[in-house]
Design a protein around this ligand. Structure first.
Ligand SMILES: Cc1ncc(COP(=O)(O)O)c(C=O)c1O
Length: 413
């Protein structure tokens, strides 16, 4: 038998790509993570704080539920909407934790919250429709909007506003073409958490613009550092529920990033259209992961509290490490898996080798090359002058990373 060598091993053929494929990009945080992994593979001592992926393993009882599901033969295709049993479990979760009454038919299951966002934009955006995204923001919001022919309208929300959208800035950003406002609280990357008064003020603006839907991403709802659960627009302004898409999932809460299960709850016509998109893209999501997600939601919740306490102590390590720093300013994150310090005061300085740190990207490269600390630059979240550190790594690594960052800054001329 002769194995045929594929000709593309010798040369890449010309394949005309669609406009969408040409215009989209690899998510910048994924690119930063790949770079860190490549350096580690070369044997470098790298502390990788690029990704918001819990370092904990998925709890055993959830893994057991997946094994039992396989043994029961739950290994077949599932409905594009998700299994009835998981939609029911999400409905119970929303009643129990979020005090919201969503029947299962108003709930869609997808391959992670990320696909819920993609489906929502695919189901609603036509060319030129605008999506308001307060920045800093997770890059996938704008990339998913643009991929689906929407026009992202980025609204910078600097540290001086606690990285939060103000009602005035929202009012200014809304046009007759606005279809969506994206709100992500607790936020990736800033850790900002909107309080009830701030949400009420935004709701007042939204009431004046009934064409605007709200993509409310609460994927980090269980990771918060203030007393009591974070406020939610769903509870502050229930009159807006007919245009809110509430998004969450199991990735962060139960350390289940690789299982790929996310949920969206919203008005029936929107959910139905999103399910149609899902049906075209990939049909129902993994049957076994859905069975595991039911146990995650209905089962023992002690892991959630344990993990939240660990994130809180790691967050405190970062806050304390930069308190009083002459180089790094940090608005303490109130929730989520990241800290988003400012490096503005070191921009314009020179490395011992004479290289100018002219951008946050150059600062990130300097940290990586000289101290092996991998972060993601603020420009990747459309708020330059900052860098993002994940607190989803172990406490010792975070402590050591902060020490190395301080050392690197102290060396700048
Ligand atoms: C704000 C935000 N939403 C959604 C997601 C995606 O979550 P999932 O793993 O459920 O797709 C992430 C992941 O980093 C995120 O930061």
């Amino acid at each position: 038998m002769t194995i045929l060598t594929h000709p593309t091993q010798k040369r890449d053929p010309e394949i005309p790509l669609s406009r969408r494929a040409r215009e989209t990009r690899l998510p910048p945080n994924a690119a930063a993570s790949l770079k860190a992994k490549a350096l580690r593979a070369e044997g470098r001592d790298i502390i990788d704080l690029t990704i918001g992926e819990p370092d904990f393993d998925t709890p055993e009882h959830i893994k057991d539920a997946a094994i039992q599901a396989m043994r029961r033969g739950e290994t077949k295709y599932t409905p594009a909407a998700g299994t009835q049993a998981l939609r029911d479990a999400v409905s119970r979760k929303l009643a129990r934790e979020n005090e919201l009454d969503y029947p299962a038919r108003q709930i869609a299951i997808a391959n992670g919250a990320k696909q819920i966002i993609f489906n929502a934009f695919a189901a609603t955006l036509d060319t030129g429709d605008e999506v308001i995204i307060p920045t800093p923001a997770w890059s996938s919001f704008q990339d998913a909007a643009a991929f689906n022919d929407g026009t992202p309208r980025l609204v910078p929300c600097p540290a001086s506003t606690g990285f939060k959208l103000t009602p005035e800035a929202l009012e200014r950003a809304i046009t007759p073409k606005t279809r969506w406002l994206v709100l992500n609280s607790p936020s990736n990357p800033s850790g900002a958490v909107y309080n009830a008064d701030e949400l009420e003020a935004l709701a007042d603006v939204l009431r004046r613009h009934p064409q605007v839907l709200v993509l409310l991403d609460e994927i980090y709802e269980h990771v918060h550092f203030l007393p009591g659960p974070p406020a939610s627009l769903t509870r502050v302004a229930p009159d807006l529920l007919d245009r809110i898409l509430l998004i969450t999932g199991v990735s962060k809460t139960y350390a289940m990033t690789g299982w790929r299960i996310g949920f969206g709850a919203g008005p029936l016509p929107l959910i139905k259209a999103m399910i149609m998109v899902q049906a075209q893209a990939c049909s129902g999501v993994n049957a076994i992961a859905q069975a595991a997600a039911i146990t995650a939601l209905d089962g023992d919740q002690s892991f959630v509290e344990r993990a939240a306490a660990a994130y809180k102590s790691r967050r405190d390590i970062v806050v304390n490490a930069f308190a009083g720093s002459p180089h790094i300013d940090l608005v303490a994150p109130d929730g989520g898996l990241f800290a988003f310090p400012s490096c503005a005061s070191v921009i314009g300085r020179k490395t011992p080798q004479g290289r100018l740190i002219d951008t946050d990207l150059a600062f990130g490269d300097y940290l990586l090359e000289t101290e092996g600390v991998a972060s993601v630059n603020g420009g990747s979240f459309d708020l330059p002058g900052h860098f993002r550190l994940s607190i989803a790594a172990d406490a010792n690594s975070i402590e050591e990373a902060c020490r190395r960052i301080a050392r690197a800054c102290a060396r700048l001329g």
